[in-house]
Design a protein around this ligand. Structure first.
Ligand SMILES: NC(=O)c1ccc[n+]([C@@H]2O[C@H](COP(=O)([O-])OP(=O)(O)OC[C@H]3O[C@@H](n4cnc5c(N)ncnc54)[C@H](O)[C@@H]3O)[C@@H](O)[C@H]2O)c1
Length: 313
């Protein structure tokens, strides 16, 4: 297939590019390199450096290439920043509309979109399925939900097919030795503690209603995530699908597992609860199993050991 990957120089996108090329797909990448890195993009892919908010730039790429599908990873994704710089995060929506308009103009039938568990906000149930009410509590989550809704309309009006994949906590290294330049997720932060870039790991809240008092989250290996996108390329219809493991790990369990695997001590500091952090957030992945024929194959130990390898070897 001829596939356009938006955001293909980032953490997840660059692994998707590598895996798709392994499968002999023809890949073109758009990235503004705001966070992504040229060196992460497989040499067999063609990289166009530019911004999705530049409608003419996007149109030109579509007019010069014939695509069978778009996989759209490009977005700003820092939750806290989205609450202080909404205009920057509105670009997530504008860029997505530019992609969709070009898809209509140049007859590209299908888009696979990176959505997020942040669309659910603070769900009342511990296990979240796709019927769970979506009530984002930050602007980032709102932009992703809005793009899902816009894709529904582009399907109604123009027949563009979409699959929105709502990722839970993505972790692990996919073979490119990715180091997060702005670590905001727990495993990269732990790795910064291990490698001496940070003094300690702050645990935000130890009095939650969970067995050890710390928050429980659902982690998914980046290679499993990419595999779901590859499977989605051949799935018909329009779907919104959770990508998670159906299992939860608490912050303390993750720290203990990391200490066991890496043989390193992780200094800890107690912090206050952060607003908007539910005690427990676990994905039901039944729909992913049924519709994509997908199941996660890599466990939390592999997420930890591959990340440790990327940061230290
Ligand atoms: N990593 C996670 O845990 C996680 C969880 C849920 C959802 N997501 C979503 O998955 C997608 C990929 O995440 P990631 O972790 O690889 O992030 P990333 O920041 O590493 O990759 C995003 C890429 O998009 C590019 N980009 C951003 N805005 C752009 C624009 N306007 N025009 C062109 N390029 C642009 C960046 O330079 C970067 O290379 C994002 O849409 C993110 O919201 C990620």
């Amino acid at each position: 297939m001829n596939i356009l990957i938006a955001g293909g120089a980032g953490y997840i996108g660059s692994i998707a590019v590598k895996e798709l090329i392994k499968l002999k797909h023809n890949v073109i990448v758009i990235d503004n390199l705001s966070k992504g890195k040229k060196e992460l993009v497989d040499k067999q892919a063609k990289l166009f450096i530019g911004d999705l908010t530049d409608k003419l730039f996007v149109q030109e790429i579509f007019s010069n290439n014939k695509f069978d599908a778009v996989i759209h990873f490009a977005a700003y994704k820092a939750v806290e920043e989205s609450m202080i710089d909404a205009p920057k995060y509105s670009q997530n929506i504008i860029g997505s509309i530019n992609i969709l308009d070009s898809m209509v103009k140049f007859n590209v039938p299908k888009i696979i979109f990176s959505s997020t568990a942040a669309t659910y906000g603070m769900p009342k149930t511990e296990i979240v399925n796709e019927e769970t009410k979506t009530e984002p509590i930050n602007y980032y989550g709102f932009t992703k939900l809005e793009i899902e809704n816009i894709m529904k309309w582009y399907n109604k009006i123009h027949g563009i097919n979409f699959i929105a994949l709502r990722y839970f906590n993505v972790a692990g290294d996919g073979g490119l030795k990715y180091i997060d330049p702005e670590a905001k997720n727990i495993l990269p932060i732990i790795m910064e503690v291990i490698t001496g870039k940070r003094k300690e790991l702050t645990i935000f809240g130890e009095d939650y209603n969970t067995p050890d008092g710390t928050c429980i989250r659902d982690y998914i290996h980046v290679l499993d995530l990419v595999d779901a996108h590859i499977k989605a390329l051949n799935v018909k219809g329009n779907h919104i699908i959770n990508l998670g493991s159906n299992k939860g790990f608490s912050v303390k369990e993750l720290v203990n597992a990391t200490q066991d695997i890496t043989k390193k001590i992780i200094p800890l500091k107690s912090g206050q609860r952060r607003s908007g952090d539910p005690a427990k957030l676990i994905a039901s992945n039944d729909k992913a199993k049924n519709i994509l024929g997908w199941e996660p194959k890599h466990d939390i130990q592999e997420m930890i050991s591959s990340t440790f390898n990327a940061y230290t070897k």
